[in-house]
Write a protein that binds this ligand. Structure first.
Ligand SMILES: [Zn+2]
Length: 441
């Protein structure tokens, strides 16, 4: 006899998510978790510990087990599978979201303002200080007429990046806890600190605590955006030591490291800079130069979607360094190169491609148009994917990250959470269909 098919799925249309998402968001936004790029420790700020501990408590209340926190405030928990007896195995999936908010020289404390039923026009963030988000500068607001929109009070970012995502995952857990009839596979949840300071939270994680087949991050960007193409990224630091002497006796003696730095920069392709490239074109970006009579240091960012081209750029920088050594034999030059993160796409194989396919499928079935973006940057997933866990990203639904004009239209945020729930459903059904197909049914 064919065993009973898994047919009990959530009727997503009947579930109201917006109030739940807003309640969770306000709970998490009330904790100041701005990270600090000047602090080397992870987490870089104590507020992240506070949020981590609150999330541990919330997870445990919602049926998550084995909840643990590491010395960097990275939190991991496991929601045990809930499948009918005899069900074929279902892939283990994880979600990763970050707890910190970005430091862009504004108040670390966030005071959200909820605009009910937005009717168009400028949004007043702060009556007293007369701070507005203007439609002229942000015409994208008009897409959300009729929705509730959450903004900051204009003195800070909103921190929907990434607390909209943190709330999304917790609300999904809430729904699953309230609907024991809904089957699902094993799910891991991970909250990381310090994403905004260079993915340092994800980099400090021990991923043996997160034994999943694939994972998703939820971060950034408007409804529909999904990212599985990111840069390969690395940094270069060129250190130059010259020779100093008094100008009266400088001839054939002094070697000026600042001029060597200039010679080096002149070897770089002026067409391959951030200001001359777009889409999947790579670049080398000189991000810093410090120099005096004796020493100079150049800082470089190396970026390319194409792995071969990325590696070629690093080789080119090495060759330029050798060239400078030949041209300036009395100078000392050293180039340090460091990989930062990789293109998620390179971690996607025919076997694990389902993590991307299911994401498209989830959006299509919810009538959300997927916006497939080749991101000129990286996500936590760009690092996690280098650990053998393919980790695409999808939208939070919010806009204008890293700005006081960040805003969160609740309809779009709801659709992000629906995507999470739909993915859980599709992952459970995915194996079911395959099993039927494999057994010739
Ligand atoms: Zn983010």
């Amino acid at each position: 006899m064919i065993e009973q098919k898994v047919s009990t799925v959530l009727n997503l249309k009947s579930i109201s998510l917006q109030d739940r998402l807003l309640t969770r968001f306000l709970r998490y936004a009330a904790i100041t978790t701005q990270s600090n790029p000047a602090v080397r420790e992870v987490p870089s700020t104590p507020g992240q510990w506070e949020l981590a501990r609150l999330l541990m408590k919330d997870m445990e209340e919602l049926g998550v087990v084995d909840v643990s926190i590491d010395e960097h405030a990275g939190v991991v928990g496991r929601l045990p599978a809930r499948l009918p007896k005899g069900h074929a195995p279902v892939p283990t999936v994880g979600w990763v979201t970050h707890m910190d908010t970005v430091d862009v020289n504004m108040s670390p404390d966030i005071h959200p303002v909820v605009i009910r039923n937005y009717q168009g026009g400028d949004i007043c963030q702060n009556e007293e200080k007369q701070i507005f988000i203007s439609v002229d500068e942000h015409p994208e607001l008009l897409k959300y007429i009729g929705q509730d929109i959450v903004v900051s009070d204009g003195t800070s970012v909103l921190g929907a990046d990434d607390k909209a995502a943190v709330s999304n995952v917790v609300v999904a857990l809430e729904i699953l806890a309230e609907h024991p009839e809904v089957p699902h596979g094993e799910i891991y949840i991970c909250f990381v600190p310090d994403e905004e300071t260079g993915l340092r939270g994800a980099k400090s994680m021990d991923f043996s605590r997160f034994p999943v087949d694939f994972a998703y991050t939820i971060d950034c960007c408007e409804q529909g955006e999904l990212v599985y193409q990111t840069f390969n990224a690395g940094n270069g630091k060129l250190s130059i030591t010259g020779v100093t002497a008094h100008p009266m006796s400088s001839k054939n003696n002094t070697v000026n490291p600042i001029l060597i730095a200039h010679d080096f920069m002149n070897l770089l392709d002026r067409g391959e800079t951030p200001e001359h490239t777009e889409k999947t074109e790579g670049y080398i970006w000189v991000t810093g130069i410090q120099g005096n009579q004796l020493n100079a240091v150049l800082n470089l960012n190396i970026r390319d979607h194409d792995r071969e081209k990325y590696l070629a750029k690093k080789e080119y920088l090495k060759a330029c360094t050798e060239m400078m050594k030949l041209r300036h034999p009395k100078a000392k030059l050293s180039l340090e190169l460091e990989d930062d993160y990789s293109n998620i796409k390179d971690a996607i194989t025919p076997e694990n491609r389902k993590c991307v396919d299911l994401l498209f499928q989830a959006m299509h079935s919810l009538d959300i148009e997927p916006l497939d973006i080749a991101m000129r940057g990286g996500t936590d997933g760009s690092f996690i994917s280098t650990k053998g866990i393919p980790t695409p990203n999808y939208f939070t639904g919010a806009h204008n990250f890293h700005s006081r004009c960040e805003f969160m239209p609740m309809g779009a945020v709801e659709n992000s959470c629906r995507t999470t729930l739909k993915l859980i459903e599709l992952i459970t059904c995915f194996t079911e269909r395959n099993r039927d197909r494999d057994s010739g049914l």
